[in-house]
Design a protein around this ligand. Structure first.
Ligand SMILES: Nc1ncnc2c1ncn2[C@@H]1O[C@H](COP(=O)(O)OP(=O)(O)OP(=O)(O)O)[C@@H](O)[C@H]1O
Length: 571
């Protein structure tokens, strides 16, 4: 029963072709038939495996006759004993592993929710943590700091710029003061880049706060985890040789408080592993935007947890609603998309004036026009000036975040790869770059694999600049501030970054964002979460490149993954 053992799973590639799906379905179907299963079960198993690739942890409840037939199969159980497949009481069909993971997560969450050690917080301490604050704007942040005390599970959710990281910092200071973080604090995120950003923001905010807090807070400020950026994989000490996590019940994570940021990217298997690896008395704080895209792997754990806790009015959830972004004109745009409200979106786009535009891009010719217009703006200022030996690459790197094209798809004529090729071709022409020269000043790339030695992470964006002597180097912002330059040949795997997928943009912010959706309204990538994730990356301006039908399709489709976690969490 080899398929019972392939865990933990490496993250799946962003796009999975139909060929791979067919091969997987056929392989599993063959396995079922060769182990005495029926043709019906073979087909079901194949469907469940393909559904898992798309993120579902189970097939949606089956019709009564199908349930009856499957219950008589000896390869199918009810989940109480290990069997390759599970049919639950509601008729959901599972691969064993996903059923077990849902059950384990729900049980661990239940245990953590009930184990509360009451821990009060006096208003003076709270006020000290929000110097010069205004409860009308930061009331929910204060509530989070209040409510986290003594809990073993806490969830903080909110849209972009609502102050999640700012609040995490204050929660950690409070927990340190309570002595609850005495066994140490670990902060992590699903991706290396997000982990690095988290630590960087915590460090900056801690320094800002240091100037305002009374001196007796120095020990708490000094013990904040502002040095190590860990991915969840590293926090769990993943061992490639054993294909297993080293951290688990027998060797738990040595921390009294574990914070995981960008938790919308956590899949079901990762959350189970994390919960198993915590000390029973440790506090887990999950932080993220529950309305963002679901993880690449199966499940939608943050969305499910938030839905259940919110419906119950549970104190271990706080949703931050106030946006602290300087420019709030795009807030109604994001809210309309979050709610899937087309009429509200039209109003919000109109009210945003020149900050928002909808371009009805349906055919390749219309797309080519938009790409030309976009590239003209990028090309206008010319390639970046050579960097003097004493100069800093930081201003040029910061300028990169001014404009970003985000694509729903990677492949095909409307995908990020094609957009990058078109933009690079036009920039080369405009800047007279010789055809045989791969690298040129102004080339923008994104790292696609973590390189811990070089401290470059999947998702890091770099810019090629010429030195005084004409030598080309690729520069990256460093976590400590400043920039680090690499010879182009020394970079880990990378690709052009003028256009990136919406998936890759999670956790980043840009000034002006253009979002390209596929023109086929039936395309399954289109969802409310995809559009929300893309548009909410923008701080000042957005453009949507899509026919109205694709936009409407995206708005009308809340991405609901099939599975039974919500029900188990409610039980
Ligand atoms: N209570 C507050 N008072 C004043 N400014 C605040 C407050 N909370 C957050 N901010 C400011 O709002 C901005 C966003 O805060 P923060 O980075 O904590 O938000 P976030 O929700 O983590 O954002 P992101 O969407 O980037 O993850 C920062 O500039 C921060 O200083």
């Amino acid at each position: 029963m080899s398929h019972l053992r392939y865990e933990p799973r490496p993250p799946l590639a962003e796009t999975e072709g139909p060929l791979r799906e067919r091969m997987l379905a056929r392989a599993l179907a063959r396995w079922v038939l060769s182990h005495g299963g029926s043709a019906r079960l073979a087909e079901m198993a194949g469907r469940a495996a393909v559904a898992e690739l798309a993120g579902d942890t189970a097939l949606a409840p089956l019709a009564d006759d199908a349930r009856e037939a499957l219950r008589s199969e000896f390869l199918v159980g009810d989940g109480n004993q290990p069997t390759p497949f599970v049919l639950d009481a509601q008729g959901r069909f599972y691969l064993w592993r996903n059923h077990r993971d849902e059950g384990d997560v729900a049980a661990a969450v239940r245990a953590r929710r009930t184990a509360v050690v009451p821990s009060g917080l006096d208003e003076a301490t709270l006020a000290a943590l929000f110097p010069g604050g205004d409860p009308a704007r930061d009331g929910e942040q204060r509530q989070a700091v209040r409510a986290v005390g003594g809990r073993r599970l806490f969830v903080l959710t909110g849209g972009p710029g609502t102050g999640k990281t700012t609040t995490v910092l204050r929660m950690l200071l409070r927990l340190q003061r309570d002595g609850l973080a005495g066994q140490g604090v670990a902060v992590a995120a699903p991706t290396g880049k997000a982990a690095q950003r988290l630590v960087q923001s915590l460090r900056q905010e801690a320094e800002r706060l240091r100037a305002h807090l009374p001196p007796d807070w120095q020990p708490e400020l000094d013990s904040l985890p502002t040095a190590d950026a860990l991915t969840v994989h590293r926090l769990l000490a993943y061992s490639p040789t054993r294909n297993a996590y080293t951290r688990g019940p027998d060797s738990p994570i040595e921390a009294g408080v574990v914070v995981v940021d960008e938790a919308s990217m956590l899949d079901l298997a990762q959350l189970r592993a994390l919960l198993r690896a915590l000390r029973p008395e440790a506090a887990l704080v999950l932080v993220g935007d529950a309305d963002q895209l679901n993880p690449v792997g199966a499940g939608s754990v943050l969305m499910d947890l938030v839905a259940v806790l919110e419906a119950q009015g549970a104190p271990e959830l706080v949703r931050l609603r106030h946006s602290f972004r300087a420019d709030t004109r795009l807030v109604p745009v994001n809210e309309a998309v979050r709610a899937g409200d087309g009429a509200a979106l039209a109003t919000a786009l109109a009210a945003a004036g020149e900050r928002a535009a909808l371009h009805a891009v349906e055919a390749p010719a219309a797309l080519a026009r938009e790409v030309r217009r976009w590239t003209d703006t990028l090309a206008e200022a010319g390639p970046p000036a050579p960097l003097a030996a004493s100069g800093s690459a930081t201003p040029a790197l910061r300028a990169l975040a001014a404009r970003q094209l985000l694509c729903a798809l990677r492949d095909g004529p409307f995908g990020a790869d094609a957009m990058n090729a078109a933009i690079e071709r036009q920039l080369r022409q405009r800047w007279n770059v010789p055809a045989d020269q791969t690298w040129f000043a102004g080339r923008m790339v994104m790292v696609t694999r973590n390189d811990y030695g070089a401290r470059l992470f999947n998702g890091d964006v770099g810019l090629c600049l010429a030195g005084d002597d004409g030598t080309l180097q690729v520069w990256f912002e460093s976590a400590e501030g400043g920039a680090r330059g690499f010879a182009p040949g020394a970079l880990p795997a990378h690709e052009p970054a003028w256009a990136i997928t919406v998936h890759k943009s999670q956790g980043s912010e840009y000034g002006h964002v253009a979002v390209l959706l596929p023109p086929d309204p039936e395309h399954r990538i289109l969802s409310r979460q995809l559009l929300y994730t893309a548009l909410s990356r923008a701080k000042h301006a957005v453009e949507i490149w899509a026919p109205r039908a694709s936009l409407e399709a995206a708005l009308s489709r809340p991405l609901q993954r099939a599975g039974g976690l919500v029900e188990k969490l409610r039980a």
